[in-house]
Structure formats: C-alpha cells, structure tokens
Design a binder for this molecule. Structure first.
Ligand code: SAH
Length: 365
C-alpha cells in the first residue's frame, strides 16, 4: 500500500514542483507576499485557474512576465495525466486519469437537460468489497490526496464548453469517501472559495457505505453537504451478505447516525438501494424497507444493478424495479428509480477502473 506521503515524496524525487491546485487562496496570497508580489495577484491567478480554465501560465496574459516565470519555476499544473477520454452515446464522458505513481482513477460527467453532474473518486480501489461492485474487486491501494481529488473536478470542468458549468457533484466514484474525509473536505472546500466555482454545498452529495462515526463527524463540520447512504438491504442478515463490512456496523447504528445527521443539518438523507435480481428485490424486502424507514425524512434511490463482466449477479428488471418503487411509495416512503448513464463506456456505477485492474483480478482468482 502506498500512502499519500510517499506520493508527495515521489513527486519530489521526480523534481516536479507541487501542483498549483494544492494551494488555497490564502496560501497563494502568502506565497505572493513571501515572493514580494502584490497580494491581489493571488485572486487574479485563481480566476485564471478556475472560472477561466487556463491551461498554462502563458495564457495568463495580464500577469507580468516575471511573475509568470516565477510561477513556472514554483508550481506545476496537474499531477495526473489523462490516460483515456471516452464519450458515450448519451454524452456521458469518462476520464481515466493516471496518477504519478502509475495508479489509475476515473471520473465522469453525466448530462441531463440543464444539468451536468460530475462523479468523482476518493480512493484507488476500495476496501469495502460490496459483492455487486467492481471498484473493490482488487481491494484498496491508497487514499487519493486533496489535489488528486480536486484535479478530477478541474479536469472535468475543462471538458465542458463555455456555456456549460458543473451543476452537481456526486462523490460516488471509486472508493469510500468517508474513509478519506481528511483529504476530501479540503478539495470540496475549494469549490466555494470566493473566486473559484462559487459552488453551493447542497449541490454536493457524498455517498457512503455507512460509517456511523464519520457520518456524525460530517454532520458537525458546519457545511450543508448532502448525504447518501448505500443501504441495499432492509435487515442485517441480507446486508452483511452483499455489503460485508456491515458485519461490524449494523443497520441500527447507521440509522442512528443518519438521524443525527438530519438533526444537525436539517438535510434529508438519501438511501441508495441497488436492486439485485432475486436477492433484495422482492415485495417482502420492499415492505421491510418501508417499515425500517417509516417516520424518517428519507428518500430512497433505487438503482437497477449495472452488469459487471466479472460478477455473476444480475440487475432486477424494469418491471420489478417499478413494483418495488410502487410498494415504497404506497407505504409513504418517497422513492425514485435512477436512470442509467454511460453504460456503453463502462462509466455506470460499479464499473469504473475495471479495465485497468482486470488482469490483476483474473490473476488472483
Ligand atoms: N463507497 C461509497 C461510494 C461509492 S459507490 C458507497 O458505498 O456509497 C456509489 C454507489 O454505486 C453506491 O450506492 C453503490 O452501491 C453503487 N453501485 C456499486 N456497484 C454498482 C453496480 N454494479 N450497479 C449499480 N450500482 C452500483
């Protein structure tokens, strides 16, 4: 396992200067002052980096040449490289990014009329090992650094044309976000710093397997991020079968933590439920789920499972999904069925990074 410190060291070994995206506005202001540059230049640089989407120092034409030279010597732009860029027939776009230690992560743009949602990753691999998800098939390699998380957002934003802007962010890519909260939160904070994207916290949804202590921590940071919990089963026996980490957690303590989150933030929690054919999609489970969530200000997001070539579990039919949803709605639990996006480029949930770890998994089988 490689930790973040090692990656930083690797960067130093390659004598690559640190990424400019690693600096907050006040850190950049401090850098300016330390280098006898007027403080207001920092805001000017920030404007180029974020809303103006500059790709190089040369583009920042209203900065003095001497400053641009200093910046070139002190900072690099991106720490990742684009390994591949795919566009699906529904205009879903996926970037496969190569990190400086040779690992890969993916991030995605999903489009609806007037809505451009991006999905970002927080770890290389995942330790949760949910039986229907491809991200955990080869285990967890390491956490992503703040810069590596932020860079996904910046890179996806730059794939958009001038009129298009990111409207929503879902932290639902590879990894367990709440297991890497320390690096995720500073990356998200950068989005609503004055001169960046001016992005509202409510339009960011953090999805978790359900780590109670971390949910409580997130409730107390004073930000109004949206929370989604991947529940997937209405009782512990079934949940532990499909989400193995549940063994040491249990649904009760997750729901106590989400109740606490609602109390602290006033934000309704979304429960995600992947529909797996013949496993968790019968009317019995729908009724059990409704009973479990009754009285809670909850919303259920039903996700027909996306097929994964290495797994033999299948998704429920559209008909079964509708019946499940109707039973929840009749019982007073609001539910929606999630639309599939980008399936023809393997960008749909659970499929990220699969090609790059495919050989590794085959070998270990
Ligand atoms: N670890 C976090 C975030 C990543 S998973 C979490 O568990 O929430 C994001 C969502 O995709 C989760 O709800 C997850 O259960 C779902 N998902 C994973 N594999 C899937 C698949 N094959 N088909 C559909 N949804 C899947």
């Amino acid at each position: 396992m490689v930790d973040v410190k090692e990656v930083v060291e690797l960067n130093l070994k390659e004598s690559k200067p640190p990424s400019i995206f690693g600096l907050t506005l006040s850190e950049l202001e401090q850098w300016c002052l330390d280098n006898e540059i007027k403080k207001y230049r920092a805001a000017q640089i920030y404007r180029w980096l974020y809303p103006l989407r500059a790709g190089s120092w040369e583009e920042m034409t209203d900065l003095p040449l001497e400053l641009r030279e200093k910046l070139t010597a002190a900072f690099s732009f991106f720490v990742s490289e684009i390994e591949s860029h795919q566009i699906a027939s529904d205009r879903t776009e996926k970037l496969l990014l190569k990190l400086n230690d040779g690992e890969f992560v993916e991030c995605v743009i999903m489009r609806e009329p007037n809505r451009s949602t991006i999905c970002i990753s927080t770890q290389v691999g995942c330790a949760m090992a949910c039986v229907f998800c491809a991200s955990g098939l080869a285990g967890l390699t390491r956490n992503l650094s703040t810069v590596e998380i932020l860079e996904q957002i910046v890179r996806l934003d730059r794939l958009m044309d001038e009129q298009e802007k990111i409207t929503n962010i879902v932290v639902m890519g590879i990894g367990e976000p709440l297991a890497n909260l320390a690096n995720l939160l500073p990356a998200l904070e950068r989005l609503h710093e004055g001169k960046t994207y001016n992005f509202g916290t409510r339009r960011v949804t953090i999805s978790t397997v359900g780590l109670p202590e971390k949910i409580r921590e997130l409730a107390r940071i004073g930000k109004r991020y949206s929370l989604a919990v991947s529940l997937h089963a209405p009782n512990d026996k079934l949940r532990t079968e499909i989400v193995p980490v549940n063994k040491n957690i249990g649904i009760k303590s997750i729901l106590e933590a989400t109740d606490d989150f609602f109390e602290q933030t006033g934000r309704r929690v979304t429960f995600e439920y992947v529909l797996l054919s013949g496993i968790n999609d019968s009317p019995r489970e729908a009724k059990e789920l409704a009973a479990l969530l009754r009285g809670r200000n909850a919303h259920v997001n039903l996700i027909p499972m996306n097929a994964i070539s290495l797994l033999d579990i299948g998704g429920s039919s559209a008909e079964t999904a509708r019946a499940f949803s109707n039973l929840l709605n009749e019982a007073g639990i609001v539910s929606t069925i999630r639309k599939r996006k980008g399936a023809d480029i393997d960008a749909a949930c659970g499929q990220l990074r699969l090609p790059k770890v495919h050989d590794k998994i085959q070998l270990s089988k």
